[in-house]
Structures are given as C-alpha cells and as structure tokens.
Design a protein around this ligand. Structure first.
Ligand SMILES: [Zn+2]
Length: 70
C-alpha cells in the first residue's frame, strides 16, 4: 500500500503509544517518516513501509497547498 503523506498530516496508528495516544503528526518526510505523538509530544521515526502497515487511517489531512517546504 502506498500512502501519500504530507508534513502536518495527522495519522492514527493501530497500536497506541505507551502514553495512550493514538494520533501522530507528520513532522518529517523521507525514507523514514518522522512522527510526533499528539498526546505526549515524543518524536519517532518509522520507515515508510512500516508506517503504512501500522496506520489505521487519517485523522486530518494537511491543506493540500504546495507550501514548498521540506
Ligand atoms: Zn505519546
């Protein structure tokens, strides 16, 4: 499954973070995707393929404007 991600998207993972949070903000794109827990603020890096496997769905899509930032 190919997942189209943008910085500032909010995604929900199947398995909750130990803090109880399930929603993550995309903070970095690349071979690894940087995610920030919306509950406790901790950041993690997940390979794109791993994220696609763990993802349950979108909570919020960032506005599809071409912000041009990387
Ligand atoms: Zn957390």
């Amino acid at each position: 499954m190919l997942v189209e991600l943008q910085v500032d998207d909010i995604v929900r993972l199947r398995k909750p973070h130990p803090c109880g949070g399930t929603d993550w903000r995309v903070v970095r794109l690349g071979a690894d995707i940087g995610l920030k827990c919306q509950n406790c603020g901790r950041r993690i890096l997940l390979p794109r393929r791993e994220l696609a496997r763990r993802m349950k769905g979108w909570v919020e899509k960032a506005a599809s404007t071409t912000a041009g930032q990387s």
